[in-house]
Design a binder for this molecule. Sequence first.
Ligand code: PEP
Ligand code: MN
Length: 361
Amino acid sequence: MVVDVDLKPIKIKGLDNKRPLIIAGPCSAESEEQVLSTAREISAMGVSIFRAGIWKPRTRPNAFEGVGSLGLPWLQAVKKETGMLISTEVANVKHVNEALKHDLDIIWIGARTSANPFAVQEIADALKGVKIPVFVKNPVNPDVDLWIGAIERINQAGIDQIAAIHRGFSSYEKSIYRNAPHWQVPIELRRRIPELPIITDPSHICGSRDLIYDISQKAMDLNFDGLIIETHINPDKAWSDAKQQLTPAALKKVLDRLIMRESDINEDMMLTLAELRDNIDKLDDKLINLIEERMKEVDKIGRYKKENNITILQNKRWDDMLRSRLILGERKGLSEDFINKIFRAIHQESINKQTQIMNED
Ligand code: PEP
Ligand code: MN
């Protein structure tokens, strides 16, 4: 079923038919100086939308929960000085009213709020009669209907400039990502509301800055419309999400490296390919977790050998091990050469690890 949502093309400076739409700025506004110095650098590289969290939803109490309304004039100063549009997250009616009072150009609804229909409805009611673009982040759980429901609530309040933000989904399973991307969810959203722009949030998907380029490129390869990337003048000193924020210079590198491919494959092919690739990504993720687990056992063996003065390499054990892996591999249709290479590499890494342990004081 394709959803009937009444949307107008988003008329935001920077998106006029131009992919990708880039939104950048710190996770949180911390001080006027931090906000302005970040904004100056990212504006100079041509980014036209600034983000900064004013009210921060934190998992545990007593963490930094945002500077609150006192930071809103700092965002106005960004607009005045750089001409960038300014955006922030709203989670309740008070936030909406404060944001409107301070001329925010765009507001977004965060992942924890999108998961709560009561909260979204209250925000929607507060937006009746207001003309402002609203970005709706996916709910924390991978439920496309809940995401669509939040979009519909905002749309039915009369907001017709809406974009979705894909920021990944939390899960119990350990993964290299802070929030697993589950690409099939935004792809399904695209199928259900084809005219809705989808912006990817690599920062909250990745949780660490080294993965940001790959997720950004993947989003572009899947034909999504934009990227929202947390950028901070001094990321290591950030008061929230320090590990995932980029410096303005690093943001520039990511953006310069992006390859924009013209997509001539149809949506069905794209969906199938994305699902298959997603499966591969998940399996590789599991593979890495398994290798990590294996190395923890190696660590225990290494310590045991050290305590008991046993040599690291026990030739018979290694011969037996390789032979049994080759037999198992053959049964599964995996070539001898392949199994040989994998287990020699794993074994070598295990020996290196044990050598390290032996050499520790
Ligand atoms: C954010 O964008 O800073 C944020 C809190 O994101 P999310 O709602 O995706 O967790
Ligand atoms: Mn953040």
